[in-house]
Design a protein around this ligand. Sequence first.
Ligand SMILES: [Zn+2]
Ligand SMILES: [Zn+2]
Length: 338
Amino acid sequence: MHRTTPPRPVDITTEFPELAPLARTAVRLHPRPGEPAVGDSSVGGPLLWPRDEPWPTCPEHAGPWHLGFVPDEVRAQRRVLTAAWARAEGNRLMLTPQEREVVDRVGYSGRRIPQNGPVPLLAVAQLYARDLPAAEGDGLWPGPQETDLLQVLWCPFEHGDDCLPQVRLVWRRAAEVGPTLSAPPEPSVIDNGDYLPSPCLLHPEPVTEYPAPHELDEELAERVRAWEETRDYLYQYALSVAPGWKIGGWGNWSFCDPWPMECPDCGGPVRPLLTVDSGEWDNEQSWRPVEDEAADAAPGVVHPQTHEPTQVTIGRGYTMQVYSCERSFGHTALEVMQ
Ligand SMILES: [Zn+2]
Ligand SMILES: [Zn+2]
């Protein structure tokens, strides 16, 4: 089903024409629970991976054991919770003894689990160029011209100052893949169930974004602030940057001020490529697609909640932004938590 973001409460460029040249198109991916195959764009689905190409691993997490969770146990727990909430009456969850055992096996803190050799990366997402909406000019494909498939994997353990799973991006031509790997290796242990995406199909939709207020020049930001006082919504949340998983657009600066962002390899400029979000819309719900209103308004509890389809959580409900170098797609991606 197509997904449609409701119109913004105002065309902000009629109020502030100087914002018009700063407009960027972001593509909201709108992941929703499904059963993706290798030929589908997905979050948490199987990747179209050449049979003879080694599956990437993380040398920094090599075992012989790690504290964490078993991916299949997390999946089993999710299945039980989905089924149990579907039959629950009101807010009371009733589990059979067998279900209770499956849920409790995962627990709240990790346990010591053996891992032989470097941990295989987890498949996080893949996006076929054909699934991106057509746009004027060069289209919305964010990668090298000769490619038509983006694959995203990550090490399911925390790395770096921002304590984020470390991303690996792979750009391909789908037609060149040939025979595919049918059973890719999977980590025996992951740091956190929050880093295990649930299988979702994508419903990409282009939207127009403007810079977060933190990225506007001081004088313009001040005028926007004054204008907001006459409105019952805020520029930042209603008009600038869309929530949810997306390609391109502007960075979701939120809890800290932007700092100069540069490519870790060459020091060159970087641009938002992919945003991984803990939720698809916030409490104000102005970004909730119209097709999701009915499900969201239905009584009772559903698991996962409609705005958390991937079951990925970054930090305390933040976003993970992946920036790519404007000089070379081969350079290391920059990751930021916001
Ligand atoms: Zn790692
Ligand atoms: Zn670079």
